[in-house]
Design a protein around this ligand. Structure first.
Ligand code: 5GP
Ligand code: MN
Length: 352
């Protein structure tokens, strides 16, 4: 991580010191880092006496209820459930935090509300290629585990915290630990010296990590594990180019009554096979097929997502989509599509 600019911290402190409602937003299908960063920011703002609301494009996974449950009634708005309330919070705020995304289109249907908002906008994010022109203040850093970690160091650099994590509201400390833990896949990837220092400081400040791990990784439904078994034994294919892929269709999703977020982590599993360099996971959605990509060092999942799946992300973890019928006629065509494009990708432009 680069040094955080003193000038930017002062600009942030000035905005934090003003009055007026604040909206804290994250990307669609919010994950642990998005929700953790928003919940932490909310508690920090609330603690400072600000009138803060979290506005998310859609619902967050059930395993994160231990975080969202710490937000006061009426202060967590979901655009998918309450479009009017969510858009009123975005248009009515004077300060807007954009956490864990690099451009408004990553918020799906909230994109135009964000674009039209007259509020000053602060970006805090760790993805590649942020759209600088959309924001008044940009904190963008890719050499870091997560937005939660970045938010932690930004807050510690302010006068209010003065490098003392003990001053964080306890719910904010828990939310920051959660965002970092989920984005590193529980310390499996993107771990930097700063990441372990943050973890150590937050543990020292009293975060109950055992409780958090219990919620995140030990409360799955049996169906999730059974489905994982079925996918690994029946769907997983490995090409001669070292590309693994699995396809999950609507029929199977229905059979297991799968909930949002329950396939989180599936795409990582094939990467534990020695010969696999790139892992792709395809999940049939309403009008599109969602794509998750993970790669080993040297292979750019980000470039693969951008070139073949209308997406992007980080170098080793990215995502995107395939549209029906433009890219593929149906979910059944995904294997031939993925074999073709990854053959091209791995034999030409796969290197970072
Ligand atoms: P996941 O596979 O966990 O859904 O996403 C992995 C990473 O890729 C995340 O950092 C996420 O922000 C990014 N990502 C996922 N889908 C998209 C997409 O459609 N567009 C872009 N630009 N990034 C995506
Ligand atoms: Mn993130």
């Amino acid at each position: 991580m680069d040094n955080i600019s003193r000038q930017k911290i002062q600009a942030l402190e000035k905005m934090l010191g003003e009055d007026g409602p604040v909206a804290v937003t994250a990307h669609m299908r919010p994950d642990g880092d998005a929700v953790g960063s928003c919940v932490a920011m909310y508690h920090i703002l609330k603690d400072a006496g600000r009138d803060a609301r979290i506005v998310l494009p859609d619902r967050s996974p059930e395993c994160l209820a231990f975080l969202t449950g710490t937000v006061e009634e009426g202060r967590l708005l979901i655009h998918e459930d309450d479009r009017a309330g969510a858009e009123a919070a975005i248009s009515g705020c004077s300060l807007l935090f954009c956490l864990d995304y690099n451009a408004f289109h990553r918020t799906g249907e909230m994109e135009s509300a964000l674009g039209n908002s007259m509020a000053r906008k602060i970006l805090i994010d760790h993805h590649l290629n942020p759209s600088h022109e959309l924001f008044d203040l940009v904190f963008s850093e890719t050499e870091i585990s997560s937005t939660a970690e970045y938010l932690y160091y930004i807050m510690m650099a302010t006068e209010r915290f003065g490098q003392n994590p003990g001053k964080l509201p306890p719910d904010a400390a828990l939310a920051l630990m959660t965002g970092m833990t989920t984005d590193t896949n529980n310390f499996a990837n993107s771990v930097y010296p700063s990441t372990l220092e943050m973890a150590s400081s937050l543990l020292g400040a009293g975060v109950d990590r055992d409780m958090m791990i219990g919620h995140l990784y030990n409360e799955y439904r049996e169906e999730r594990i059974r489905l994982m078994g079925e996918l690994l034994s029946r769907s997983l294919k490995i090409t001669s180019y070292g590309v693994a892929y699995m396809v999950l269709d609507k029929e199977t999703i229905g059979k297991y009554n799968l909930q949002e977020g329950e396939t989180e982590g599936f795409v990582n599993i094939p990467l534990s096979i020695g010969k696999v360099k790139l892992s792709c996971f395809f999940k049939e959605d309403k009008d599109r097929i969602r794509v998750s990509l993970r790669s080993k060092k040297g292979i750019s999942a980000n470039r693969c997502a951008a070139e073949y799946f209308h997406g992007g992300g980080h170098e080793l973890a990215a995502g995107g989509r395939l549209t029906v019928p433009d890219d593929v006629r149906s979910i059944h065509d995904v294997p031939s599509y993925v074999e073709k494009v990854t053959r091209e990708f791995m034999s030409t432009g796969s290197n970072i």
